[in-house]
Every structure is written in structure tokens, then in C-alpha cells.
Design a protein around this ligand. Structure first.
Ligand SMILES: O=P(O)(O)OC[C@H]1O[C@](O)(COP(=O)(O)O)[C@@H](O)[C@@H]1O
Ligand SMILES: [Mg+2]
Ligand SMILES: [Mg+2]
Length: 319
């Protein structure tokens, strides 16, 4: 069997600056370790709650904390990294390094899936650090278009890493020796779809436009769309985005009336922006219902965002 190229070989084929390249390799190595602790679960007593509450007022699982520690330690030891921000940390951690990159991340996405052995993932965004001085929190608050790279790891039946550092979105599968092997080099989101993803249990809280869009899908072949739709909800954004990058679809986590002052549930800097970059580079669209997620100028580290992303035709109709 011919050996598939590994991550290092693929990076050599991309236009990528040395600091981003180094940070990507640190992230990829940390994701191997996160995948290992996730897979061992109860054997290493890694399941269940940690006892803390994070800055989003969400109960932390042991694996949220462990994954955060693994990725934070790996990045702080990575000479290219000038600072990091995590879903699980109240504030940014910066070094006195000038230049290099900043990394924001959701160390474990979909952590409510952990106790039922369903897919979870890690989401990462890489941004330029300040030049000529140490970075501060303000340097993390850049629109998603400024990202140098975006990636996620999905700990599912296979452990995969999906990454973009240039124009392409590539997918790597972790082999038995701990190497990321290139298994798809240009992921493309089909323009059209018959599959939507939304948490239907929130239907009564949605804005009228979202209700009307989902109603039109549910009406199927006899409704205005003239085709039947299927529905999927992995309850881990990484899983839903991976399905969309693989076979198309649309994912929505919209504003809802339960918390009217909050634009949505998901976070802009380490969920919305990196996923939007991957989806746009694969030919799809990602909006907050009004504008491209990549154009939003963040004002706070843990800011929320409404999300509609996936196959272009569907995002235009849903947004
Ligand atoms: O509980 P719900 O409404 O199904 O929400 C699921 C969504 O919440 C998230 O799990 C939030 O991520 P975290 O687990 O990192 O907080 C998304 O991955 C997922 O799309
Ligand atoms: Mg998440
Ligand atoms: Mg998380």
C-alpha cells in the first residue's frame, strides 16, 4: 500500500508563514493527546464533571479541563505562540513574545456528548500576534478574515483533523502510529442540499424568519421548496460541520427568545470564526443571518454569535 502524505509534507505544499506552520504542528500534536484521553474515558477516570463553572456559566466536564490543559501547555511551550484564549479560561494568556501568532480554541466541543460516547472535537483559530510589542486581549479581537489558519479535530469513529492554512481545506486521519495522514486534499461543500441541522426543541423560541425557513423545509416536496429534507443534529458543532464539509447541508444555531440579549449560543472567536473560514474556503457560506461571520468585528473575548452555515443556496434562503 502506498504511504499517504503526512501533515508535515502537506504543509510544505502550502503557502504558510513559519510561525503559523509551527503553531499548526503544536496544535496537531496536542489533538493526538486529547484524542487519547477522550478515548480512554472511564479507564483513566476522565468522565463526569470537574466541579467548576466556566466563564460562560457552563458546568465543566473533567475532559473540558484536561483538554484545555493539554492544548494550553502545548501552545505555551510553542515558540511561535505569543498568546492564547480558550472557552475554558476567563481571560487571555499572553507571553512577552513579540510577533508570532495568537491561538483561540474550544478545547472540547460538544462535551455534553462525552458521557454517551458520541462525537466530540477541538476547534482552533490562529491569528497574527502584535508586532514590536507583547500582545494584549485587544489583539485577539480581530474579524475572522484576519485568521492565518483554522482547524478542528473530530474524535469520532476515526480521529480526523480538518485544516486550512491557505486556500484549500484538507482532511487528515490519525493512523495507528500517531501520524496525521492526508485523506482528502480539497474539501468542497456542495452548493445545494436536502439536509438541515438545528435543535428543533427550541422551535417555539425562534424568530419568525427562522421558523418560516424550517417550516418550508419540513413541508417537503409539496411545499415551496419542492423537495423532501432530512434532518441531523450531532449536538457537537464539529460533527455537524464535518458532515456538511463531507456531503453538504445547512447548520443553524440562531438567536432565540429565551435570552433575547444574546445573539446565539455559540461563541464567535473559537467556534463561529474558525468554522466560517473552513466553510467559506470550501465554497460554502457562513453568516449570522445578516452578514458574513468573517466580517464581524469582535468586541469581547467570549462574545456569542448566531450561526447559519453550509451549502450556499441554503444559507442564502435561511439567512
Ligand atoms: O445543547 P444543544 O442546544 O443541542 O447545543 C449543541 C451545541 O452546543 C455545543 O455543544 C457548544 O459547544 P461546547 O460543548 O464547547 O460548549 C455545540 O458544539 C453544539 O452545536
Ligand atoms: Mg463548543
Ligand atoms: Mg467546549
Amino acid at each position: 500500500m502506498t504511504q499517504l502524505p503526512d501533515l508535515t509534507a502537506w504543509l510544505s505544499s502550502q503557502t504558510v508563514d513559519p510561525a503559523t506552520r509551527e503553531a499548526v504542528l503544536c496544535v496537531a500534536a496536542a489533538c493526538v493527546e486529547i484524542g487519547r484521553v477522550v478515548a480512554l474515558g472511564a479507564i483513566e477516570d476522565n468522565l463526569g464533571v470537574a466541579g467548576g463553572i466556566n466563564v460562560q456559566q457552563e458546568e465543566q466536564k473533567k475532559l473540558d479541563v484536561l483538554s484545555n490543559d493539554i492544548l494550553s501547555e502545548a501552545l505555551l511551550a510553542c515558540p511561535a505562540v505569543a498568546g492564547l484564549a480558550s472557552e475554558e479560561l476567563d481571560t487571555v494568556q499572553v507571553t512577552d513574545r513579540t510577533g508570532g501568532v495568537l491561538v483561540t480554541f474550544d478545547p472540547l466541543d460538544g462535551s455534553s456528548n462525552l458521557d454517551i460516547n458520541a462525537p466530540v472535537g477541538t476547534i482552533v483559530s490562529i491569528l497574527p500576534a502584535a508586532e514590536g510589542r507583547a500582545s494584549t486581549e485587544a489583539d485577539f479581537l480581530r474579524p475572522g478574515r484576519h485568521q492565518l489558519a483554522a482547524a478542528y479535530a473530530l474524535y469520532g469513529p476515526q480521529t480526523v483533523l480538518v485544516l486550512s492554512v491557505d486556500r484549500d481545506v484538507a482532511s487528515f486521519t490519525l493512523d495507528a502510529d500517531g501520524h496525521w495522514r492526508l485523506t482528502q486534499d480539497r474539501m468542497v461543500v456542495p452548493e445545494q442540499t436536502r439536509e438541515f441541522a438545528i435543535n428543533m426543541s427550541n422551535q417555539r423560541h425562534w424568530a419568525p424568519a427562522v421558523r418560516a425557513y424550517i417550516d418550508s423545509c419540513l413541508a417537503g416536496r409539496d411545499g415551496p421548496r419542492g423537495k423532501d429534507f432530512n434532518m441531523r443534529w450531532v449536538a457537537a458543532m464539529v460533527g455537524d460541520v464535518h458532515r456538511i464539509l463531507t456531503r453538504g447541508g445547512v447548520f443553524l444555531y440562531p438567536w432565540d427568545a429565551r435570552e433575547p440579549d444574546r445573539p446565539g449560543k455559540l461563541r464567535l472567536l473559537y467556534e463561529g470564526a474558525p468554522m466560517a473560514l473552513l466553510i467559506e474556503r470550501a465554497g460554502g457560506l457562513a453568516t449570522d443571518g445578516k452578514q458574513p461571520i468573517l466580517d464581524i468585528v469582535p468586541t469581547a473575548l467570549h462574545q456569542r454569535v448566531a450561526i447559519v452555515l453550509g451549502s450556499a443556496e441554503e444559507v442564502r434562503l435561511a439567512g
